[in-house]
Every structure is written in C-alpha cells, then in structure tokens.
Design a protein around this ligand. Sequence first.
Ligand code: COA
Length: 390
Amino acid sequence: MKIGIDKIGFFAPHLYLDMNKLAVERNVEPEKFTIGIGQEKMAVAPITQDPVTLAANAALEILSEEDKQQIDFVIFGTESGIDNSKSAGVYVHNLLGINPYARTVEVKQACYGATAGIQMAKGHIALNPESKVLVLGSDIARYGLKTGGESTQGAGAVAMLISANPKIMALEEHSTFMTNDIMDFWRPVYSDKAFVDGKFSNEQYILFFSKVWEQYKEKSGLGLEDFEAICCHLPYTKMGKKALQTIWDERTEEDKERISENYKISTTYNRNVGNIYTGSLYLSMLSLLELKEDLKPGSRIGLYSYGSGAVGEFFTGILEEDYRKSLQVDQHRKLFSTRQEVTVAEYEEIFEDTLPVDGSAMELDIEKDPAAICVAGIADNKRQYVNKLR
Ligand code: COA
C-alpha cells in the first residue's frame, strides 16, 4: 500500500520586509543577505498571526468537508508553540471544524517536528489504511532585532494531508536518521527569542547530512543518479547548497547539473519567506513541485530534515501520476503577489508588538489582516481566535 502526501497547503502572513533595505539599515552590504545568505524577502507576522493561525490558514486551503470527517489524527510540529501544556493542534482542530473523534498532539524537536509528524502518520496509516492524518509545521522564527540571526527570520506554515493512495507523493520505505545532544540552537522556556551558535549549527547541519546520506545509500543501494532532486531544510537558502556541495565528488556532470538546477528552484519560495523552521523543508519541496512545471511523475525526490539540538533524517518520495492537479499553484502565486511591503521601522515596531504576558487583556483589530483566521486578542490568559469564514 502506498502512503504519502495527498494534499499540501502553505500560508505566510501578508507582510514582508525587503532584505536589501534591512541590509542598508544594518550597515551591511546587501549582497551579504541576498547572495551570502541567499534571502530576498522576509515574511513578517503581524500581532494578529501566531503559529496556530498560520497553520490553520495553511490547512484551510486544502481540506474538504470529507477530509475533516476522515481525519483521525492531527500532529502539529512547532518550536514556537504558544502554550507549554495545551497542543497548538487542538486550536486548529476547532478552528477548522475537524470531527471530534481525532487524536491531536504537538510535536517538538526544533525544525524536525513536522518530519516526525509525517513518519508517525505513515505508521498510523499502515495500521489504519482508511485514516487521514493532518500534519502541520508552523513557526515564527525570532532571533531579535540587530542580532546575527536577524536576516534568517521568517514566518509561515505548511499543512499536509497524509493518506493511503496519496495524490502527490508516495513515501518510500527507507529512511535514515540520527540524534546527538548538541547546543547549536535552542530556546529556553523563558525566552521568546532563539539562541544560536550559527557557525556550529552550520557545521552540524552538514555533518548530519553526510552521515544520514551515507547511511541511506548503504541501506537503499541507491545513489545520486537515482534522484531527480534533493530538497533540504532551509534555515536560509545558502545552507542546503553547502550540504549538497559535500557530495559533488559522487556525481557525474549530468547529476550535478540536474540536482543543482532543481535545488535552485526548490529555494524560490524560501528565499521570499525566510525561515519557517518546521515547515521549511516542505516549503522547499512545494517550491520545486509548483515551479518546475516539467518535473515528471515517477521522479524520486530526496528530503533532508534537520532540527537543531539535534535530529537529522533523510528520506524519499516518488511523485504520483497526476500530482500537479493536486497543487494550489494559483493560490500561492496570489499569496506572493498580494503581499504588502513594510519599512524597516514598521518591521521593528511589529517585532516588538507582542501580546501581554502579565494577564492583562488586549483586543486586536483583525480587519487590517486579510487572513481568514486571526488572533483577535487575549483575555483571562486565553488567546481569542477568529475564523472569519464561519
Ligand atoms: N557579498 C556576497 N557574500 C557575502 C558578502 C558580500 N558582500 N558578505 C558576506 N558574504 C557571505 C560570507 O562569505 C558568508 O558566506 P559563506 O557562509 O559561504 O562563507 C555568508 O555571506 C554569511 O556571512 P557570515 O559572515 O558568515 O555571516 P554571519 O556571521 O552574520 O552569520 C549566519 C550568518 C547564517 C550564521 C547567522 O545569520 C545565523 O546564525 N543564522 C541562524 C542560523 C540558523 O538558522 N541555524 C539553524 C540551523 S538549522
């Protein structure tokens, strides 16, 4: 039985910052951000969007009423969750009107959370072939104003429906993974901003990639020549390129050209959104699927997932016959073309504009946010969510 991605949705907030303008303001050469790091635009989340609403908006565009009845498991991968106790998925379950007879949990391991969700979903469906699982990867990446990581922030979510006989991509049998307790990136519960040892985290990302790739080749008997593309978790778009460069000595010129060209296409959405942590790998895969129109059904796509701290995994999927028919290309083109630019001053103001943490209430103006699902405020220490379509 084939198990894999049946539908995939994506959402980013309607505001963005031009990285050239951020560079000028930070006294950095713009090419450092646009070429050295590889980011053009950074999605900026207004106070009316949080990881819950981003995920709910991403799922809204893909779920039919029938899906909502069939889903029996909601898995929410995030590392910027809003509660230490209640799963962010439970809010999404309610906001979307998913049937009550579903399990819902939040999964955490830095940017690896959604991958853990997909693998859990695969096991669940192997035992329950009629089931559908909603896997969400949603985050707001915050390092802080004027910090080293500032240029690699972002906000957004990916929602995937995992099922038997999937319409987009069937996951293959082999996957290789590893864990090592390191401090390359972390966010203690008392901080709303991440701490990162940037250079160390780059090294570990590459090291994990080479280890799981070597293991994968051994286990599967496959090599670079068997792949149409390899998509990577992208904290910024230069990162995956650095990892892929470490395996170029295994390639023929043809392999190198194909994998490099497809890698470039797979970074387009990420280059214009920034880091969305748990969703980044899947945003990259979506970029490839939606923007490379001649990508053939039957192609094998490699997926490298990395979550600091750290866990890494390499796994693969095969594109289904009519996969393009199940993509939301026009909707995503519209999402990008209707975004509004903010100035650096506006971005800084939005960054500092956070919900109160002292128990006081706040009401927000959700009319300024075109998203269907928004945070309308906070009262009694409870976030108030609104689905404008209901
Ligand atoms: N033109 C072109 N490239 C330029 C440039 C210019 N004018 N100025 C600098 N660069 C290049 C550098 O050569 C470097 O390229 P390289 O990495 O290929 O060597 C790149 O831009 C970044 O420069 P660097 O000096 O290393 O930047 P930095 O000290 O500000 O750190 C990060 C960059 C990415 C490490 C930092 O932003 C960070 O820590 N981000 C968070 C990392 C993260 O998300 N980690 C989690 C991993 S999963």
